[in-house]
Design a protein around this ligand. Structure first.
Ligand SMILES: NC(=O)c1ccc[n+]([C@@H]2O[C@H](COP(=O)([O-])OP(=O)(O)OC[C@H]3O[C@@H](n4cnc5c(N)ncnc54)[C@H](OP(=O)(O)O)[C@@H]3O)[C@@H](O)[C@H]2O)c1
Length: 331
């Protein structure tokens, strides 16, 4: 059997899917995070050997504070890992400190290492509308962001995970950087209209100024994220990441999945329906697993309606959001 592949952020949106994609292809996986089967904490280097010793490669999602990344990468080299695949973000060449400090520092660390590194730079995940920042506002019937007419080619995290799994297990990708997006770009207004139509309920999109957005974030208790998020939306508004990118097809030989397809597959779970799922939302089957999923989703939706999920991932609401993600893997 080949060496295990360590998946950091293994309980998160991308890591969970990377682990599943690797396992589906028969590769042994070491799922790591503070709450995963292999305990890993960026802030405690005593937990790093359990991740690195004997592993063949690692999927790296950088922490918000990037300081531990260079020593972690050095430890990975000493442990004899062959490959590292880093999750970064699209348009990092335009960030200039306005956004993505952690991902940029992690790019520097892996590029400067002796590992066979590959960087993936995805656009905004489609799953931000179900498992992250945009979900609770959709349930409330109004998503308001500092994004106007510049379109975004949202990418399906299942495509990102399939790409990462391939990069971790196949030769020929060392030293490469892949931009990953969906096949078409659409504005947030178009994205929200697509979701509203599929959910069968009115949801409006509103464009805010950056100041108004910061005020709304502060009112929601998320003021600490305002500068970072406004930085991201500024980069989007400048058009740096608006055109679809070819990385998914280049790596997988398959076109990326579209936003419309993803919405059509996702809406029947009831994730955009206030009050949670009903068993009939799963179609004709009313099996106990569907009913259990519906009950769990009801709890998740009501919890998340109170507060947006945000990338600190430490709140109970965010933990429930991760549970809700399980629903979308039961496709
Ligand atoms: N959202 C987007 O559209 C988008 C697009 C491009 C790039 N990105 C980048 O994606 C990254 C986030 O990835 P994701 O969305 O897959 O993750 P996520 O769903 O936000 O989950 C975060 C993960 O990090 C783990 N974690 C948090 N603190 C940790 C610590 N101190 N030590 C070890 N693990 C820790 C969490 O697990 P535990 O709580 O169990 O530790 C969890 O598995 C960010 O860097 C973001 O900038 C996001």
């Amino acid at each position: 059997m080949s060496a295990e592949i360590a998946v950091l952020a293994g309980t998160g949106k991308s890591g969970r899917r990377v682990a599943a994609a690797l396992r589906a292809d028969g590769h042994p996986v070491r799922v790591a995070s503070r709450r995963a089967e292999v305990r890993f904490d960026w802030t405690d280097d005593r937990t790093w050997p359990a991740v690195l010793d004997g592993a063949g490669g690692v999927y790296l999602v950088a922490p918000d504070d990037p300081a531990p990344v260079p020593p972690f990468v050095a430890a990975a080299e000493r442990a004899g890992l062959e490959r590292v695949v880093l999750l970064s973000g699209r348009g990092s060449e335009a960030w200039h400190g306005r956004f993505g400090r952690s991902m940029a520092a992690a790019e520097d660390a892996v590029r400067g290492s002796g590992l066979r590194w590959t960087v993936v730079r995805p656009n905004n995940f489609m799953q931000n509308f179900t498992e992250d920042l945009f979900h609770a506002p959709l349930l409330a019937g109004r998503l308001a962001l500092p994004a106007d007419g510049v379109p975004e080619p949202f990418v399906d995290l299942d495509d990102v995970a399939a790409v990462v799994a391939r990069l971790l297990t196949a030769d020929g990708h060392a030293g490469r950087t892949y931009d990953l997006s969906g096949p078409t770009a659409l504005t947030f207004a178009q994205a929200v209209a697509t979701i509203a139509a599929a959910a069968g309920r009115p949801i409006r999109y509103e464009t805010l100024t950056p100041d108004a957005y910061a005020a709304e974030l502060r009112a929601g208790g998320l003021g600490e994220w305002a500068a970072e998020l406004n930085g991201m939306f500024a980069i989007m508004a400048e058009g740096h990441i608006a055109a679809p990118a070819g990385g998914v097809e280049e790596v997988l030989g398959l076109p990326p999945r579209s936003f419309a397809d993803w919405v059509a597959r996702t809406a029947p779970t009831g994730v955009w329906t206030p009050g949670g799922l009903t068993p009939h939302a799963f179609g004709p089957t009313t099996s106990s697993s569907a009913a259990t999923a519906a009950r769990r989703a009801t709890e998740i939706v009501s919890a998340r309606g109170r507060r947006w999920a945000i990338p600190s991932r430490s709140s109970a609401a965010a933990q429930r959001a991760r549970m809700s993600a399980d629903l979308f893997e039961k496709k």
